[in-house]
Write a new protein. Sequence first.
Length: 179
Amino acid sequence: MSLAHVLLTSLLEKPSTGIDLARRFDRSMGFFWNATHQQIYRELSGMHQKGWISPIEEDSSNSRKKTYQVEQLGRTELASWMVEQSPPAQLREELMVRLRAEAQLGSNAVLPELERHLELHKEKLTVYQSIFAKDFADAKDEDRTLYIHKMILQLGIDLEIGWIKWLETIIPQLHKFEK
């Protein structure tokens, strides 16, 4: 997946400026795809050159902000990408490599990092659960778009619960090995 596909999806949801996209990344897409503001602006420029997006004409032409919308070429690109096959995501987690090193060195030096990760996953779970309560608690599964968004968020919740459960299992056991 490329940043362009993420941006096309976001722009289909709502035409936006670069700064609006960056803010939305911080609140939603950023939970599963990271991009800096500079990367977003660079990608928007490339997508505009390819004819995938275009700026919407603003009433006040003295504004430097450009609100982008998806053009037919962008829709075609996104539709083609959407049906491509991709392998399931591979766990690429630096913490797992540190833990493997820990198994060999036997120092339990990674325990503080595991405990920090536990707190971070708990915080993220709280964020996800509050979004779920605000946006989907009373939602009926009749609106296809809302249902898909709800299920993506539910997967995030389930993954955080899985991480928390795993960390709450391994941390006490590693403490036992210290004794």
